[in-house]
Design a binder for this molecule. Structure first.
Ligand SMILES: Nc1nc2c(ncn2[C@@H]2O[C@H](COP(=O)(O)OP(=O)(O)O)[C@@H](O)[C@H]2O)c(=O)[nH]1
Ligand SMILES: [Mg+2]
Length: 467
């Protein structure tokens, strides 16, 4: 544990009515004495002048002292609420930092500027928050919609952590039984049956699925969904972007190769921010500018969270299966693909709709018939996007914010449990025990029980100074 005392301006840069300088660490009490000129009652706001080294006022404000461990960081914390201008706040900050030079009465350890996220990091290290909650602090501050803020607050209040701890508890319970029966190999199968191992495993899988669903929703609300429109020229990608956004964002012409650069437009569906990316149509071309655009299309394919593979359902533009296969090969593993068959308004009504769905591919989630011109099928497409973001169901555990890191850990735990199920059916009990242990390890990563220093550095390093 660091013996340094950290100081930072905790409020956003720029002029505000009020700004806060926050101090945490062993010298907080000493700084309180020097700057406030007296000892303050714990957790009470006191109106007083903040003093410089000669006893002259720097600002008038409110000071609050939180003795550890009942503080944000778990250490002694001093908050100085002054006027919110950068001049005033810098003066208060520098006054605190310069106390480093006062040797008399100052506890050991430096007084220095806080690193990004260091207050919250200390809160984590002092068990005030677990890692998922600490991440929720940043997510709450950065939340771009009310719904995203609500879910971040739920995580901060421990809804996510409790769901993960519940899963861990179920797993520990199961592991104890499986390990116990490993000690009595002669009666192991009987033991397994008596202890209801198969039933318990199913229950854990069901709880994990619920938690994953809620986490996916939280992650989608936090990050939005990047949806990339891809297809041959003239199938109607730009028309679809315009139809979805309700604006003439992209140029539409009957000339192939109209869209050369990617165009990103944000739309909001049921509180979910969707970044719709229109791209240059994929084809062989001699045009140097179009080639650059097509290279960008491939970059977008590789970053898509959802990909709309557009075709011309009227049959005027032939479907290039080979090209589609190449697209599917390059989408990232978690990306969901929808086959979008456009221009249904051109289909003769009497003729049955031609089967356009390509051969089964695990990445392809489904297909939809639409017309960008008449708007037919767009509601179904929107519903599919909401479903891809995982927002179509109401999770039993409630919504909470989550990050990709958490989703990966939950998905890995899910894979471990699936493998565990196989080992159970094949009566390979040692392998079963191993998979259960691994699943538990992945869950522990979420709350940060055994987190490596570099992961902590990455998480807290992305905070601003003062958090
Ligand atoms: N009839 C009909 N024409 C469409 C539809 N969508 C696009 N088009 C036409 O197809 C041509 C190419 O459209 P555009 O959106 O520029 O295709 P992109 O090259 O894939 O971006 C334009 O002339 C559009 O008016 C549709 O749903 N129905
Ligand atoms: Mg276009």
């Amino acid at each position: 544990m660091s013996r340094d005392t950290i100081v930072a301006i905790a409020t956003a840069a720029g002029g505000g009515a009020v700004g806060i300088v926050r101090v945490s660490g062993p010298a907080a009490r000493f700084i309180m004495q020097e700057v406030c000129g007296k000892a303050l009652a714990a957790r009470h706001a006191t109106h007083l002048p903040f003093l410089d080294g000669r006893g002259n006022p720097i600002d008038d404000g409110l000071a609050i002292f939180f003795p550890g461990p009942n503080s944000y960081t778990g250490e002694d914390v001093l908050e100085l609420h002054g006027h919110g201008g950068i001049g005033v706040l810098s003066a208060i900050l520098n006054r605190c930092l310069l106390l480093q030079l006062n040797a008399t009465g100052r506890p050991a350890g430096r007084i220095r500027l806080a690193e990004p996220g260091e207050f919250t990091r200390r809160a984590f290290l002092n068990d005030k928050l677990d890692l998922a909650q600490a991440e929720a602090v940043a997510d709450l501050i950065n939340a771009g919609s009310e719904r995203a803020a609500q879910s971040a607050l739920a995580s901060l209040r421990g809804v996510f952590s409790r769901a993960v701890e519940g899963l861990q508890q179920q797993l520990i319970d199961l592991r104890v039984r499986v390990e116990a029966c490993l000690d009595f190999p002669e009666e192991d199968l009987e033991f397994i049956a008596r202890e209801g191992v198969a039933q318990r495993l199913l229950e854990i899988q069901a709880s994990l699925k619920e938690t994953l669903l809620a986490a996916q929703q939280g992650a989608a609300l936090r990050d939005g969904l990047r949806v990339v429109l891809v297809g041959a020229p003239n199938v109607g990608k730009s028309s679809l972007l315009n139809a979805l956004s309700g604006q003439e964002v992209a140029l539409v012409t009957e000339i192939a190769g109209t869209t050369r650069d990617r165009i990103v437009q944000e739309i909001v569906l049921q509180g979910l921010v969707i970044h719709v990316v229109d791209t240059a149509g994929l084809r062989q071309t001699e045009d140097a500018v179009e080639q650059l655009g097509i290279a960008r299309t491939w970059q977008e394919v590789e970053q898509a969270q959802a990909l709309l593979l557009l075709r011309d359902a009227s049959g005027e533009i032939a479907i290039d299966r080979e090209l589609e296969r190449r697209v599917l090969e390059r989408v990232p593993p978690m990306c969901q693909v929808i086959e979008v068959n456009n221009k249904t308004d051109l289909l003769p009504t009497k003729r049955p709709v031609p089967p356009l769905s390509s051969e089964t591919n695990t990445a392809v989630r489904g297909s939809v018939m639409i017309s960008s011109k008449t708007g037919q099928g767009l509601d179904q497409l929107r519903a599919m996007l909401i479903e891809i973001a995982g927002l179509s169901e109401q999770p039993a555990v409630g919504v909470f914010s989550a990050r990709t890191r958490h989703l990966q850990a939950l998905l890995q735990a899910q894979a471990d449990l699936l493998a565990a199920e196989t080992h159970l059916h094949q009566e390979q009990l040692e392998l079963l025990a191993e998979c259960l242990g691994r699943a538990q390890g992945h869950l522990a990563e979420i709350t940060g029980e055994f987190s490596a220093d570099d992961l902590l550095g990455e998480i807290f390093g992305s905070f601003c100074i003062g958090k």
